[in-house]
Design a protein. Structure first.
Ligand SMILES: [Zn+2]
Length: 269
């Protein structure tokens, strides 16, 4: 019988299976926080999330609070949550296109939120917009001037959301395409390869699909893929397991789980 991947001596999969951790820090670049839609989440409050991160060795989770994205919890309140867990929590400032005054107010404060705020989170479809709509111009120009990360929600309908055209307009911002334009893989590839070398694919939801990580690594290279989970929607053990079970090299796995982020943001952030 073929040896199971976690039985392979000295492999990263064996290390996680036997010790519950890896010998390097993991960065989870896509999280949320708090209740949403009456769904039961086992770990959605800050203390529980941080305890969970410590179990598997997540150095930083970069999240956007569910209630910020729905408009009820302003970004400045989320900064205060991060301050309570300065070692572990980092945030994306949530951008709601309908709230133009709030966007300006928050971005005027953004520099004072370092090191907690590392970038912006944009969900065009949830907010009934395309990324190319003018309501995002101010925030995207702000990110472009400062070369900030911008995590953009994408799915298979990304081609209809003005994603590619907008990426072309901002050569300095660092765009992370959440869910890798799930299903529209060729479009995701184009977004990475035909822009300004400033676009990465973020893996949330992909590790649950067998064979897609391999496909994406083949298309864009592991240097262009970042790890994320949507915690508390998905569990980091499941997602890390998906990466370690993929038929890619251990160098690829390391790129995805930590090296790429350290190349983008450094080791100390
Ligand atoms: Zn998300």
């Amino acid at each position: 019988m073929k040896e199971a991947i976690w039985e392979k001596k000295g492999s990263l999969a064996e290390q996680l299976w036997n010790t519950g951790k890896l010998d390097f820090p993991i960065y989870d670049m896509h999280g949320h926080m708090g209740p949403a839609y009456g769904i039961y989440f086992q770990n959605c409050m800050p203390a529980d999330m941080v305890a969970h991160m410590k179990r598997i060795g997540i150095k930083h989770l970069v999240f956007s609070h569910h209630e910020t994205l729905t408009g009820f919890k302003p970004n400045p309140e989320v900064v205060e949550i991060c301050r309570e867990y300065p070692e572990h929590l980092r945030m994306y400032a949530g951008i709601i296109p309908q709230r133009t005054e709030e966007i300006k107010r928050d971005l005027a404060l953004f520099d004072s939120w370092k090191p907690y705020a590392v970038g912006l989170k944009i969900l065009p479809i949830y907010h009934n917009h395309k990324l190319s709509d003018k309501e995002y111009d101010y925030a995207l120009s702000f990110a472009d001037e400062r070369a900030l990360p911008v995590l953009i929600h994408t799915w298979g309908n990304a081609p209809e959301c003005g994603i590619y055209e907008t990426l072309c307009k901002y050569p300095n911002a660092k765009f992370f395409l959440a869910h890798c334009c799930f299903g529209a893989w060729e479009y995701a590839e184009r977004c990475v390869k035909e822009t300004h070398n400033n676009v990465w694919l973020e893996l949330t939801a992909v590790p649950g699909e067998r064979g897609i990580i391999e496909k994406l690594v083949g298309m864009v290279g592991s240097e262009k893929i970042l790890f994320g989970t949507d915690l508390p929607w998905f569990d980091e053990y499941q997602a890390v397991g998906g990466v370690l079970s993929a038929d890619i090299t251990e160098d690829d796995m390391r790129n995805i789980l930590y090296r790429n982020v350290e190349n983008i943001l450094g080791k100390d952030w």
